[in-house]
Design a protein around this ligand. Structure first.
Ligand SMILES: Nc1ncnc2c1ncn2[C@@H]1O[C@H](COP(=O)(O)OP(=O)(O)O)[C@@H](O)[C@H]1O
Ligand SMILES: [Mg+2]
Length: 347
């Protein structure tokens, strides 16, 4: 603005005052050169910027046009007055058009963002349901024979004396059956999500529950667990256990991401207007390495894991959020990673 608007205005004004009134044509040209910075100001800063620059130009020009005898613009008064009026008209029209253009562009950008988000969600939902069916099928097939194995193991158990050499092997056998049962349970619960029971609850309570659940583990790894939860309740419709599950999954990932060096996790609950609707937010933010940008959407894919774990935590979380009519978003903050759960505010 300084180089494109204020400096040219100052230069033109100086030339105006410095040029003798014998050079009629120079004054005519200079008066019109003022339009340039006015239009630039209007294009850059909209209606307000245009009008302010027109006012500055007028204030600079009026003494020269009508008042100061020694530095007088020799043109006719009516011409000069019209010129000043035109400064304002040009500023207003250019400013108005640029404001309109700008608001249209931001609307388009918003619409594009929304479309991108919806497409992502759709792709994710499609992948989720297809995988869900396969996983449910396998888990189901595995579960029944496992049930028989566990049942027969119980019958055989007393027949193997504790003193026998084979008893240790037998223990391993039983343990592994138990482990397989747990895994297939988890896969089944991924495929068939548990129905939620919604009540009106304080999202702050959800965050406090998460802090309770991971507090000990964070301390053990010298992670500072900070919270920013308002005492004023932030009410949403939802299932406390299910929402705490989301927070727990994200917080446990955060602890894992921070590693053994220590760091911070910030848990905050707040409200914000999202797309014109009042929304409630739970943010869980951790210091630590960023997620490569191209992988950030994949975090929510079932079985996507950066390590050797099952990779179901975030996909289950995003499904619970969907059950609540909400969404989860992951973002690199520059200092670490932030997950945000958006829900509708219930007021
Ligand atoms: N806060 C985080 N910082 C860095 N990477 C993360 C974070 N949260 C999740 N991830 C990545 O997303 C992957 C998927 O997470 P999740 O769905 O919970 O599955 P899992 O924890 O079983 O691997 C993790 O393996 C990890 O690579
Ligand atoms: Mg996880």
């Amino acid at each position: 603005m300084l180089v494109a608007v204020w400096l040219p205005i100052a230069i033109v004004t100086a030339l105006h005052y410095g040029t003798s009134h014998e050079y009629h044509w120079v004054h005519d040209v200079l008066r019109r050169v003022y339009y340039l910075p006015i239009v630039i100001a209007a294009l850059r800063s909209g209606l307000l910027g245009g009008l302010v620059s027109a006012a500055v130009v007028s204030a600079a020009y009026v003494p020269h046009a009508f008042v100061l005898v020694h530095h007088f613009d020799p043109a006719r008064s009516i011409e000069k007055a019209m010129e000043i009026l035109l400064y304002f008209i040009v500023a207003a029209v250019a400013g108005y058009l640029s404001d309109k253009e700008r608001s249209r562009r931001s609307q388009l950008e918003d619409a594009l963002d929304e479309q991108r988000r919806l497409t992502g969600q759709l792709v994710r939902a499609g992948r989720l349901s297809a995988l869900g069916e396969v996983v449910a099928g396998i888990a189901h097939e595995v579960k029944n024979p496992l049930h028989s194995l566990a049942g027969t193991a119980e019958i055989i158990d007393p027949l193997i004396p504790k003193s026998a050499d084979e008893h240790r092997m037998w223990e391993i056998h039983k343990q592994e059956i138990g482990r397989l049962q747990k895994v297939s349970e988890r896969f089944l619960s991924f495929a068939k999500p548990v129905p939620i029971e919604t009540t009106t609850l304080d999202l702050g309570d959800v965050a406090r529950r998460v802090v309770e659940l991971v507090g000990a583990q964070a301390r053990q790894k010298s992670i500072a667990l900070e919270t920013r939860i308002s005492a004023e309740p932030i009410l949403v419709r939802g299932d406390l256990d299910a929402l705490a599950q989301i927070g727990l999954n994200i917080a446990l990932n955060a602890i894992k991401a921070i590693g053994d060096e220590g760091g911070t996790i910030l848990l905050s609950v707040s409200t914000r207007v999202v797309d014109g609707e009042p929304g409630a937010l739970m943010c869980i933010e951790n210091s630590g390495p960023p997620v490569p940008e191209e992988q950030i959407e994949r975090l929510f894919d079932p079985f996507y894991s950066g390590g050797d774990s099952t990779g179901l935590g975030l996909s289950i979380s995003s499904r619970i959020a969907e059950q609540h009519g909400g969404t989860i978003e992951a973002k690199n903050t520059g200092m670490g990673v932030r997950f945000t759960l958006y829900l509708a505010l219930n007021s």
